[in-house]
Design a protein around this ligand. Structure first.
Ligand code: QAP
Ligand code: CO
Length: 168
């Protein structure tokens, strides 16, 4: 197991589009395990491989209170099940310290491969539905700050750039 460094906005590598996983093998399971360790340590409720500079379609999520319901989504596909929208104040481990309201469909169907490479389907609502959509966006190079106004996104970018200069 290993903790992986998390890329932070506006790192251009967060804009890469992830490739599908061709075979769920031990190499992929190692990435999954390292992603869980990194997410739980942060702590966070979701992490996409893009955020740890791995450009393959892998997501880990655990929205449970007791952090004992790990979910793995490899090559996820999302369908919107109902047009009802849901507002949620989202954050992101790649945009630390910033939270903004984002509006998304509240009920989706997700089909993906699990850690064993077997296909499964979930139809989540509420926070899990939001989290899956947020993480699938990462695999496409999209961030939650892309849904807020240019002025807000620019303000966040400037503050993080300043922070990164201070850290260096
Ligand atoms: C994505 O985000 C998400 O700013 C997962 O300083 C978030 O785990 C989906 C985190 C909300 C839906 C709703 C953020 C940790 C964790 C921070 C996270 C921070 C420390 C974010
Ligand atoms: Co995120």
């Amino acid at each position: 197991m290993a903790l992986l460094p998390i890329l932070e906005f506006p790192d251009p590598r967060l804009r890469n589009v992830a490739k599908p996983v061709e075979q769920v093998d031990d190499r992929i399971r190692q990435i999954v395990d390292d992603m869980f360790e990194t997410m739980y340590e942060a702590p966070g409720i979701g992490l996409a491989a893009t955020q740890v500079n791995v450009h393959e379609q892998i997501i880990v999520i655990d929205t449970s209170e007791d952090k004992d319901e790990p979910l793995v989504f490899i090559n996820p596909k999302i369908e919107i099940l109902d047009e009802t929208l849901f507002d949620y104040e989202e954050g992101c481990l790649s945009v630390p310290g910033f939270y903004e309201e984002v509006t998304r469909p509240q009920h989706v169907r997700v089909t993906a491969l699990n850690r064993e490479g077997n296909s499964f389907t979930l139809e989540p609502e509420g926070l899990l539905a939001v989290c899956i959509q947020h993480e699938v966006d990462h695999l496409k190079g999209k961030l939650f700050v892309d849904y807020v106004s240019n002025i807000k996104r620019q303000r966040i970018r400037k503050k993080l750039e300043k922070q990164h200069r201070a850290d260096a």
